[in-house]
Design a protein around this ligand. Structure first.
Ligand SMILES: Cc1ncc(COP(=O)(O)O)c(C=O)c1O
Length: 400
């Protein structure tokens, strides 16, 4: 048979589910900021959520050494045994619950645990409860995989903690999964032991899984981190997500993990075999060093983020139309900008294009993010002060 000549580009026949796939706007804003920089504009980058520090040198050395020693091959899909063991030990110690290596699945970054949890558990029409504003990938993945997205509105008056009464009212017979995130992106809110206990009580003895996103667990400035996995009866109903990206400034290494009941871990491992085969072997050897080696860099980073948070929040509160609570964890501040009279997206765009400050609209984190902006304080104090001065100047000229 002769192949017909193709003169026009053929229509791209995408699967219909692609129309339901969301995105993470931080990467879109970063691309636009880079474009402006190419045109010669100076931009202060407060959009992307990654530590500005280098990966601790002991971790880098461990990876280099691993490369020289030949850790350059495929490894087991669930992760190298020595890393699964180090993670099990770390999680057992920090969450005060006994975790075995078979309950750990190592993946390339924290994100795949979100994707895999929903893939593994949620059938078409199953309901998934999640925070809004919240990390945009939750909503994107729920919609993409045909689940019914059931948002819980996190309110500023509650210090952005989850309203347990609202959660209780949203649970139905179709609820399959509840996603919680503490410390929280984008608000910096945290769930206290009391909050987490009340959430557990609201779930009661229902057979509902909880995806507990604890990727910022080591970046906490008030109180202590408390995981729902620590509560009696919840170990088997929790998928704990944590990783190396934020704690050890390893965003580009792509390494995270999930901790879950062993039978579910087997299914997640099969998803790994089907998608990635395994996480890079030499990075996993470095991961063992990250968890077991000197931890002083984590404290140093955390103290520095606290100092910047303090200064940035004070500065923002001096700007016309901005009012900002002191976030308790992570490295984001989430000011209320309703008194500027501007919609969040329009304001974020203007700050980038006209004030040279890249930040994110609260709506990048869901519809309930309207009225807020998110700034990452993972930048130097000098740059943060520069951003404040530029926003102040812009506000003086543009806000009445
Ligand atoms: C709440 C939350 N969960 C998960 C992730 C994903 O982290 P990773 O870069 O390790 O995939 C992020 C990253 O920004 C996050 O903010």
């Amino acid at each position: 048979m002769q192949t017909a000549m193709i003169e026009q580009q053929l229509e791209l026949r995408l699967a219909s589910r692609m129309s339901r796939l969301g995105t993470e706007t931080a990467f879109v804003v970063l691309a636009r900021a880079r474009e402006l920089e190419k045109q010669g504009k100076k931009i202060v980058h407060l959009e992307i959520g990654e530590p500005d520090f280098d990966t601790p040198s002991n971790v880098v050395e461990a990876a280099v050494d691993a490369l020289h020693k030949g850790w350059t091959h495929y490894g087991p899909s669930a992760g190298l045994p020595q890393l699964r063991e180090a993670i099990a030990e770390y999680v057992s110690r920090t969450r005060k619950v006994q975790v075995a290596p078979e309950e750990v699945v190592v993946v390339p970054g924290g994100k795949p645990i979100i994707f895999f949890s929903i893939l593994a558990l949620v059938d078409e029409g199953d309901e998934v409860i999640y925070p809004n504003p919240g990390f945009p990938i939750y909503e994107s993945m729920i919609n993409y995989l045909g689940g019914k997205a059931v948002p819980i509105h996190l309110q500023e008056e509650n210090d952005f903690a989850l309203d347990v009464a609202e959660l209780a009212s949203r649970i139905t017979d179709r609820t399959k999964l509840i996603i919680i995130n503490s410390p929280h992106n984008p608000t910096g809110g945290i769930l206290t032991r009391k909050d987490v206990t009340e959430i557990a009580e609201a779930i009661g003895d229902r057979n509902i899984m909880v995806l507990s996103d604890e990727i910022y667990s080591r970046l906490i400035y008030e109180g202590e981190h408390f995981s729902i996995m620590s509560l009696p009866g919840f170990k088997d109903r929790t998928i704990l997500l944590d990783g190396f990206s934020k704690t050890y400034a390893m965003t580009g290494w792509r390494m995270g993990y999930g901790v879950m009941r062993a039978d579910l871990a087997t299914h997640m491992t099969r998803l790994m075999t089907n998608s990635n085969s395994c996480t890079a072997s030499f990075t996993q050897i470095a991961g063992v060093e990250a968890l077991r080696g000197d931890q002083s860099s984590v404290d140093k980073m955390s103290n520095e983020f606290r100092r910047r948070r303090d200064a940035f929040v004070v500065g923002l509160n001096k700007i016309k139309g901005f009012s900002c609570r002191m976030p308790k964890g992570a490295f984001y501040v989430f000011p209320n900008i309703t008194r500027t009279g501007w919609p969040a997206k329009k304001l974020a765009d203007a700050l980038l294009e006209e004030a040279g400050v890249a930040c994110l609209s609260g709506t990048a984190f869901g519809a309930f993010g309207e009225g807020y902006l998110r700034f990452s304080v993972a930048n130097s104090l000098e740059n943060l002060n520069q951003a404040l001065a530029q926003i102040q100047d812009w506000a003086g000229k543009n806000l009445r």
